[in-house]
Design a protein around this ligand. Structure first.
Ligand SMILES: O=C(O)c1ccccc1N[C@@H]1O[C@H](COP(=O)(O)O)[C@@H](O)[C@H]1O
Length: 210
């Protein structure tokens, strides 16, 4: 099966179109004010509508309280909600019961122990997204982690790979991990928060060449 592609942190109609044109299966909308990719809810709703039926829309939140989570979901009606902070399995499990959306949880992979601990989310989420450990931001830092941590791992749940992926390294990352879905943000930008249509196209082409 072909590898699915998520282009995260889109904030303009032109780059949403570029991602879809290039073959992205998912577009990511970041609602998190400290991020250079933050989009307001009304802006996110417009981008989501533009992608409807063409690519799945993923709403990314970081440690949002239930009120903001509910408001953002109502406004955007995404296909997927991605929790990218320190949300616990219990918290996600509680909120998921009231949701009809696919739920993803990002986990910063530092070592084999973090991979083992990520198993506590099994049964609570639909997909685990393995990313580099948090730095200044919880994600979107453009740093990769040691992919050998995932080599040969017996995944018991759907999963995805993120963290510092670019057109230059994504084919190698797929070969090393057998990732079914790859997710990039900084790696397709010309400056923080500024997506580059050419880099998006190059990234998607590199995924298909893997
Ligand atoms: O993109 C962001 O600004 C962001 C902010 C807060 C949490 C997560 C964020 N992005 C996610 O992080 C991964 C990795 O990003 P990168 O490719 O290393 O820049 C990205 O795929 C987003 O899902």
């Amino acid at each position: 099966m072909s590898v699915q592609i998520k282009i995260c942190g889109l904030s303009t109609p032109e780059t949403v179109d570029a991602a879809i044109e290039a073959g992205a299966t998912h577009i990511g909308l970041v609602h998190y004010e400290p991020s250079p990719r933050h989009v307001a809810l009304d802006q996110a709703r417009e981008l989501r509508e533009r992608a409807r039926g063409k690519a799945k829309a993923v709403l990314l939140l970081v440690n949002a309280d239930p009120e903001l989570t509910g408001r953002a979901l109502n406004a955007i009606q995404p296909d997927v909600i991605q929790f990218h902070g320190s949300e616990t399995p219990q918290w996600i499990g509680g909120i998921r019961r009231s949701l009809s959306y696919e739920v993803w949880k990002a986990v910063g992979l530092k070592d084999a122990g973090t991979l083992t601990r990520s198993e506590k989310y099994i049964g609570m989420v639909d997909r685990l997204l393995f990313d580099a450990p948090a730095k200044k931001l919880p994600g979107g830092n453009g740093t990769a982690f040691d992919w050998s941590l995932l080599a040969g791992h017996n995944h018991q749940i759907d999963w995805a790979l993120a963290g510092g992926l670019t057109a230059d390294n994504v084919a190698e990352a797929i070969r090393a991990t057998q990732a079914p879905l790859v997710d990039t943000s900084s790696g397709v930008e010309s400056a923080p928060g500024v997506k580059d249509p050419q880099r998006i196209a190059d990234f998607c082409r590199a995924v298909r060449s893997a």
